[in-house]
Design a protein around this ligand. Structure first.
Ligand SMILES: *[C@@H]1O[C@H](CO)[C@@H](O)[C@H](O)[C@H]1NC(C)=O
Ligand SMILES: *[C@@H]1O[C@H](CO)[C@@H](O)[C@H](O)[C@H]1NC(C)=O
Length: 420
């Protein structure tokens, strides 16, 4: 019994193989018409090939590599009169072996670094041939496309990336590739990019004049069909507002606290300013993350630089306040010691003597300085220090607000309108 089953099984297997190898092109009448040659057209007219695509997904923008990935359905259509038939409706071809025996337009993606077809679970393509021999061929490809980013306005920039389609071998006089008249470029409305917002995807043509048939001594210049799918992107600013702009602005604002701290509290004010400076430069390290080392400055660099300058300004302001305070102290100390000793013999250890106009020396030279005059001078410098602080309390926030106005106006309205 078992041996019968075994023989039956073997016979079945042989049958299967036979059926497999029997898949000849004779199965369907249309298969007899299949040819690997480019379709002939009447009166030497170019073969018209129409193309369009649907973007299924888009993403993985890598600024450092200046590339992104895109998953496309590419639709092409051309007419091969020799394929016309009298079957009802379309004839579907979805066998890869048959496709391999057919001619398809030799289009390629000029700015794609890598590209591949999908083969799971079956090769992802379809082909329909209608009565007149109009062929519609659709396939799915995934591309890694190069996109030259101009980061001058980063992160308030708009980018245009393109997908360039060119025929590899046929000049325009042989094969004229154009976009479908309607709905040539469409995209999945659900595409959500973390970094960019898709503003529009449009179709365009590029001037495709290239050297070809290059030999040692000659080359020909030909006009090739060149098609462009343009993807207009605008960077989503939210992330950068939260990650860069607000923290930087917060540090700058915190540094202004220094203007309200006691003028005599030198360590407090200096360490506050320095802490702010260090925190800001730490935040700046994050800005360079995932960006190519371009040779020009970006919008974020300008912002960061100005924030740095503001904190540096706070430090300078304190240097000024402190120098006034030291003078005030000096005159104060002089006035104090004058009260207890006779003029001319004091030598106060705390007295600062790094200014040219040294009251002690002046006094020794005989210019009498009265005690009220010293007290008045001390008060004068004390007031000046206070005035510097008081002015700074208004001037620094004011200047920062003005800078913000100019910065945001320039990058949000002006620079983008100049470009377009
Ligand atoms: C279909 O076309 C073939 C030739 O291409 C012809 O021999 C045949 O009679 C046609 N059949 C019908 C139903 O028109
Ligand atoms: C290519 O086709 C387009 C549209 O069908 C047409 O306007 C253009 O003149 C054609 N170019 C050539 C070289 O035939």
């Amino acid at each position: 019994m078992a041996i019968f089953i075994f023989i039956f099984w073997i016979l079945n297997l042989i049958n299967l193989f036979a059926a497999e190898s029997n898949i000849s092109l004779s199965e369907h009448p249309i298969y007899k018409l299949i040819d690997k040659k480019m379709p002939q057209t009447s009166q030497d007219k170019p073969l018209d090939v129409k193309i369009g695509f649907y973007i299924e997904s888009l993403g993985n923008f890598r600024s450092t590599e200046m590339a992104f990935d895109v998953d496309l359905y590419v639709y092409t259509s051309w007419k091969d009169a020799s394929m016309s038939h009298n079957q009802t409706g379309y004839i579907l071809i979805n066998d890869k072996n048959v496709l391999d025996k057919m001619w398809v337009p030799d289009l390629y993606f000029a700015n794609a670094r890598t590209a591949y077809f999908h083969d799971v679970t079956v090769p992802n393509f379809n082909m329909f041939i209608d009565k007149d021999g109009v062929i519609s061929y659709g396939t799915r490809v995934t591309l890694t496309v190069a996109c030259n980013l101009v980061l001058k306005n980063y992160p308030l920039d708009k980018q245009t990336c393109s997908i360039k389609i060119i025929s590899y071998a046929h000049v325009k006089e042989e094969m004229n590739v154009t976009w479908f008249t309607e709905g040539s470029v469409r995209y999945n409305p659900e595409i959500g990019l973390p970094e960019f917002k898709i503003m529009a995807i449009t179709s365009d043509y590029c001037n495709g004049t290239f050297h070809y048939t290059i030999t040692d001594t000659s080359s020909r210049i030909g006009d090739f069909s060149c098609l462009l799918g343009l993807i207009d992107l605008e960077r989503a600013i939210g992330y950068h507002i939260v990650q860069s702009y607000l923290p930087n602005a917060a540090i700058v604002i915190i540094s202004w606290v220094s203007f309200w701290i006691d003028r005599r509290a030198v360590p407090a004010r200096v360490s506050l300013s320095f802490t702010c400076l260090l925190t800001l430069s730490t935040q700046g390290n994050g800005l360079r993350y995932a960006l190519p080392p371009v040779s020009y400055s970006k919008a974020i660099d300008h912002w960061f630089g100005v924030c740095m300058l503001f904190i540096f300004g706070v430090l300078l302001e304190f240097a000024l306040v402190n120098s006034y305070m030291r003078r005030a102290n000096k005159y104060n100390n002089l006035a104090q010691s004058m009260r207890w000793s006779t003029p001319g013999i004091y030598n106060h250890p705390e007295t600062d003597t790094d200014t040219e106009e040294d009251p002690v020396r002046r006094h020794k030279l005989g210019n009498f300085v009265s005690q009220p005059e010293l007290v008045y001078k001390a008060m004068f410098f004390n007031r000046r220090a206070l005035a510097v602080d008081q002015i700074s309390r208004v001037a620094f926030p004011g200047a920062f607000a003005c800078f913000n106005l100019v910065y945001w106006y320039y990058y949000l309205y002006y620079s983008n309108s100049v470009e377009s």
